[in-house]
Design a protein around this ligand. Structure first.
Ligand code: SAH
Ligand code: SF4
Ligand code: F3S
Length: 375
């Protein structure tokens, strides 16, 4: 029996896309291998969000040189967000001659075709972003949770972020297709349905579809014993209607992940986030009033170019105010081709490191406080 092994980096979107790669391989009779070394097909589904994610790919793919030398018949494929950057795809192709197939996110749906390639090696790159990947088979691997894409891409161009470049513009799936997929997942016994998109609150805006609040209501009206979660929400697009559905519909988990990135208005402006701290806090206020038992989590970037100690203190103060139930804190990482790459005043590593640790400490303090009953 032939086997495969997929290593996935990055966000839930990538996790779900690996389920699609697995779907294609299973359709062709492959089974999952327990260990990478044993597999006949080895796939790396990559992420480009920070330098560290890309460095790991170079390291882990590089480590396969010996294995491929001893087992020339094995197929090694690298795909995902990192290889949706032309220069990175070409570099991998040149540096690692033992990689057989390289393709980016825009060509995910061609995976099966690539497996039948006639050439010795293949590098597929284009920027023809579409929704073809939604028609792929998938093999779910996330326990009781079923990931369901509602849209692809991002239009926001936050100045630090690579996603709009490696995922293209926003493309919403027809709501009928989403409802059909959710019904199938619920009928197969999945207890949690997580709706996925880089900015779920702008669902439908690209094509005149129903709104995200309407979509949530329709998904929640599907019969069955299941819960609904969604990610990620951009604060500038989170509507009162969405908050109301989360507040009033029993099927929705009382959880909102609302990345703030910074607590300083001047940093937010340079990040092109399109909201102010005051606006963000007013949304938090509305959420907490309407959903008293809500869990609020966030993402924070420390060390964005020009972030001063004062800016950082403002972020700490915002964290203390909101009392998050979970924080994902990241050190700013320069991404090629983004606006922030060209900004002056890059913050030294030591300072970023200290700030990220400070946020972890704050998170612990808040947790302790909450355990002691101080909300
Ligand atoms: N679409 C989501 C975020 C996807 S990326 C949203 O807008 O909320 C997940 C997180 O990675 C971001 O929220 C941000 O905090 C972080 N991130 C993105 N680009 C980064 C960079 N260049 N350096 C450090 N962190 C980054
Ligand atoms: Fe990146 Fe901003 Fe889009 Fe999120 S909303 S994916 S942070 S550009
Ligand atoms: Fe996700 Fe990383 Fe791509 S966070 S969209 S896998 S760049």
């Amino acid at each position: 029996m032939k086997t495969y092994f997929i290593t996935t980096y990055g966000c839930q979107l990538n996790v779900h896309e690996s389920e699609k790669l697995a779907g294609v391989l299973q359709k062709r009779g492959f089974l999952p291998a327990d260990k990478l070394e044993d597999a006949d097909i080895i796939v790396f589904n990559t992420c480009a969000i920070r330098e560290g994610a890309e460095d790991r790919v170079f390291g882990n793919v590089g480590a396969l040189k010996k294995l491929k030398k001893e087992h020339k018949e094995k197929i090694i494929a690298v795909c995902g967000c990192m290889t949706q950057q032309k220069a990175k795809a070409e570099k991998l192709y040149q540096v690692f001659p033992f990689i057989d197939i390289i393709f980016g996110t825009s060509n995910l749906h061609k995976f099966e075709e690539f497996l039948d390639k006639k050439t010795k090696r293949l590098l597929a790159y284009d920027e023809d972003f579409n929704l073809e990947g939604e028609n792929m088979p998938f093999y779910r691997t996330s326990g009781e949770n079923a990931w369901v894409n509602i849209m692809q891409g991002c239009n926001n161009f936050c100045t630090y972020c690579i996603v709009p470049y490696v995922r293209g513009r926003e493309r919403s799936r027809p709501h009928e297709d989403i409802l059909k997929e959710v019904k199938e997942a619920v009928n197969s016994g999945y207890k949690l349905i997580t709706l996925l998109g880089q900015n779920v609150n702008s669902y439908g805006k690209d094509c005149g579809e129903i709104s995200f609040a309407e979509l949530l209501t329709k998904v929640a009206s599907i019969d069955g014993d299941f819960k609904i979660a969604f990610m990620t929400s951009h604060p500038k697009d989170l509507t009162s209607e969405v908050i109301d559905v989360v507040a009033n519909n029993k099927k929705l988990l009382k959880e909102i992940h609302l990345p703030v990135q910074s607590g300083s208005n001047s940093v937010l402006e340079r990040m092109n986030r399109k909201y102010t701290v005051e606006k963000y806090l007013s949304i938090i206020e509305e959420i907490k009033t309407k959903i008293p038992d809500v869990r609020i989590t966030t993402d924070i970037i420390v060390g964005f170019p020009g972030e001063t100690e004062e800016d950082f203190e403002k972020t700490c103060s915002l964290i203390r105010k909101v009392k998050y139930d979970g924080i994902f804190a990241f050190m700013f990482s320069v991404r090629e081709g983004t606006v922030a790459e060209k900004m002056n005043d890059q913050v030294p590593f030591e300072i970023k490191n200290r700030r990220v640790n400070k946020i972890l400490e704050l998170e612990k303090e808040i947790k302790k406080d909450k355990l002691n009953g101080n909300n």
